[in-house]
Design a protein around this ligand. Structure first.
Ligand code: FE2
Length: 493
């Protein structure tokens, strides 16, 4: 493995290139991918599901922030060296109504307003469940997730929307179910089988966290509910065999601009840098007290992983020094990267006995979208895969994938720039592989030169050699958010 050279290229992306990846994709496709450079590994079998905003406008009215865009699912099914592509919109109630009306009917959480100014938006507090954040196959169901409401169930073959899914009565209508479930590869409560762990949060002056654990058939194995003081903006969490760990960002929420129809709800969040970020540690079995440990102030969307060693908890998390909003830009396309803080990977060591913490920065380079070998979720692990900026310092779009050896500190990187913009890397272990990094990294990235998207398949042990296969789509997929690879599901073609 090579150490990352200190002379990594500076950020030299073109803003118009970057912006061009945010064009709406109104078309829905279904075809075998014909243009493949290299060879898809014969052992790589399964389906990659991705979710993200597919529409960046509603009938010509642009969204204020891509997080307000309607969810579009992409699937790429791979078997015997071939690949089949599909994309389809989640037919949420809001999507169906707006497409029929030919105009925006809802406000967005991240600042999109209906036409008509404050008179049209003030006190309209309806939520549009846009199902745009993640998609996961669990318990023979394909679920599109958005953290503030219930999942939508989809047909895994056709991606047709089957309707809202209440998880066999576990959720009540409108109840939150996070878009960041974690899969424990082996849990005692599921007889050492994998276990899906997730949460829902109801935020207010005090906040309520509900934890859920599901067996491989999708049956509820365990649930418990906890109240915590203060407003809680919780996008993600981490698990170990014994704990669920949340970072309660030190933020305040002033609802007045939202109620007045001036701002989206998420735009009313402010980071209080003088307050600590608080780790909330909840025993997974629901017994024992919740522990809290104060950390240095930072804002966290995503955690890479967590593990337990010698009575201590370790969390690897992407930290921002300030809330990474648009910093006053007219909209996301006009955002000034230099004014927005970059994410950096920090390791937090939490001592449960003394309730103290230590933090160490592991990756200073701007980074986001971490992933690890799924067999090491919640366990000690060595290799991290993460999207990074091409430049060593400062904020810039993600244009490379970094593999970090957390034991030696060595790094290996694959750049897809200067005209490529990567998405979330997903590590797929080789079946019967023994080494932690024996597998592939899948990355759906946008190539601004061709104005199309491509799926890169990288051998995780030889990343610097570039993709072993690049699947070139004849169209683009707007920058996405999260997804998963399901090894046991190969769709009929
Ligand atoms: Fe996320």
């Amino acid at each position: 493995m090579q150490t990352l050279p200190s002379s990594s290229p500076a950020a030299n992306f073109d803003m118009d290139d970057w912006r061009s990846g945010y064009r709406s994709q109104p078309n829905e496709y279904s075809y075998e991918i014909e243009h493949i450079d290299g060879t898809i590994p014969a052992e790589l079998t399964g389906t990659l599901f991705r979710n993200g905003p597919g529409l960046l406008d509603v009938a010509g009215h642009p969204v204020h922030h891509p997080f307000d865009g309607d969810g579009m699912i992409t699937s790429i099914s791979i078997a015997e060296g071939k690949a089949y592509f599909r994309n389809r919109y989640v037919r949420t109630a809001g999507y169906v109504k707006e497409q029929a009306a030919g105009k925006p009917l809802y406000r967005g959480v991240f600042g999109t307003q209906k036409p008509g100014g404050i008179w049209a938006n003030a006190f309209d507090l309806r939520l549009k469940n846009i199902a745009n954040t993640n998609v996961i196959y669990w318990g023979d169901k394909l679920l599109a997730l958005w953290e503030a409401a219930e999942p939508h169930q989809l047909d895994p073959n056709t991606l047709e929307t089957l309707g809202l899914d209440y998880l066999d009565g576990v959720l009540k209508p409108g109840e939150a179910f996070s878009a960041h479930p974690r899969i424990d590869p082996s849990s005692a409560i599921t007889n050492d089988q994998p276990c899906l762990v997730n949460f829902g949060v109801k935020a207010g002056l005090s906040s309520t966290i509900t934890l859920y654990e599901f067996d491989p058939k999708g049956r509820l194995a365990r649930t418990h509910r906890h109240n915590i003081p203060g407003f809680a903006f919780l996008h993600d969490f981490a698990i170990t065999p014994n704990y669920c760990i949340f970072f309660q960002n030190p933020v305040s929420f002033n609802p007045i601009p939202y109620l007045a129809g001036v701002k989206g709800a998420a735009e009313c969040i402010e980071l209080n840098a003088k307050q600590p970020t608080r780790a909330i540690i909840i025993p997974r079995d629901g017994t024992g007290p919740i522990q809290t440990i104060d950390l240095q102030a930072c804002f966290v969307f995503h955690h890479a992983n967590a593990f337990e060693t010698d009575g201590k908890l370790y969390l690897d998390s992407i930290c921002y020094q300030d809330f990474p909003d648009l910093k006053g830009a007219e909209n996301y396309l006009e955002a000034d990267f230099n004014s927005i803080p970059e994410g950096q990977l920090w390791r937090f060591e939490l001592d449960l006995a003394t309730q103290t913490s230590q933090a160490t920065c592991l990756i200073e380079r701007g980074c986001e979208f971490p992933d690890v070998n799924p067999n090491h979720v919640g366990r000690p692990y060595r290799y991290l895969y993460i999207g990074v900026a091409s430049c060593a310092t400062g904020n810039a779009p993600l244009q490379a994938i970094l593999k970090r050896d957390l034991t030696s500190g060595q790094e290996e990187i694959w750049h897809c720039g200067p005209r490529g913009f990567i998405g979330e890397p997903i590590f797929v272990p080789r079946t019967h592989g023994t080494a932690e990094d024996d597998g592939w990294i899948l990355n759906l990235f946008y190539n601004a030169e061709s104005r199309c998207s491509e799926l890169a398949i990288l051998n995780a042990q030889h990343m610097t050699q570039g993709p072993v296969a690049t699947l070139k789509l004849p169209h683009h997929i707007p920058y996405g958010l999260h997804g998963n690879f399901t090894q046991n599901l190969v769709l009929p073609q």
